[in-house]
Write a protein that binds this ligand. Structure first.
Ligand code: AMP
Length: 173
């Protein structure tokens, strides 16, 4: 995991002052690092009998689709408002300033499917918590958990999600 960690870079004050942005682009550009990332996630979840991976827009789609291919399961998109056609469910959540929302198509998940959420970064946990609520409140599913490439531990995202098993490959202490 150390070499994966070294493939990330921190961009200070992006997208606004005070944010240490964790840029995953160098990891994605390197075929060995990207492959090792998906392999490590696959190893961790190989016995979870996952039916569907729910990727959170947008970097969750990158890891979600590759992991779904590796595990031989399906993938569904949890998107920002206005991107999905047809009937949708929506879940709002609070940001530092204002609110945002996530959406999913109403036929995205079948009863009793086992679903794993995925995103690139776990920061404060607000996004994944909203995605969890969105799925849990509208579908009769078994949530396997949520998985991340990177967890920014000091932001305490885990504390918001005590009812969902969380996994991250890399932690920033
Ligand atoms: P949060 O809801 O605070 O856990 O933030 C998670 C979402 O915001 C993920 O979709 C990340 O892609 C993005 N994000 C939050 N903080 C960062 C950061 N420091 N660097 C890169 N992405 C971040």
């Amino acid at each position: 995991m150390n070499s994966l960690k070294q493939a990330l870079r921190t961009i200070p004050d992006f997208p606004k002052p005070g944010i240490q942005f964790q840029d995953i682009a160098p990891l994605l550009q390197d075929p060995i690092h990207f492959s090792n990332t998906i392999q490590a996630l696959k190893n961790h979840h190989r016995n979870d009998s996952i039916d569907l991976i729910a990727g959170i827009e947008s970097r969750g789609f990158i890891f979600g689709s590759a992991l779904a291919y590796a595990l031989g399961c399906g993938t569904v998109l949890v998107r920002k408002p206005g991107k999905l056609p047809g009937p949708i469910h929506q879940q709002s959540y609070d940001l530092e300033y204002g609110t945002d929302a996530l959406e999913i198509q109403t036929d995205a998940i079948q009863p009793h499917q086992r679903v794993l959420l995925i995103d690139d970064v776990l920061a404060t946990g607000g996004t994944v918590s909203a995605a969890h609520q969105l799925i849990q409140s509208h579908f009769d599913v078994q949530m396997v958990g949520a998985t991340f490439l990177l967890e920014i531990s000091p932001l305490n995202g885990r504390k918001r999600l005590t009812d969902l098993p969380l996994h991250s490959l890399i932690q920033i202490p």
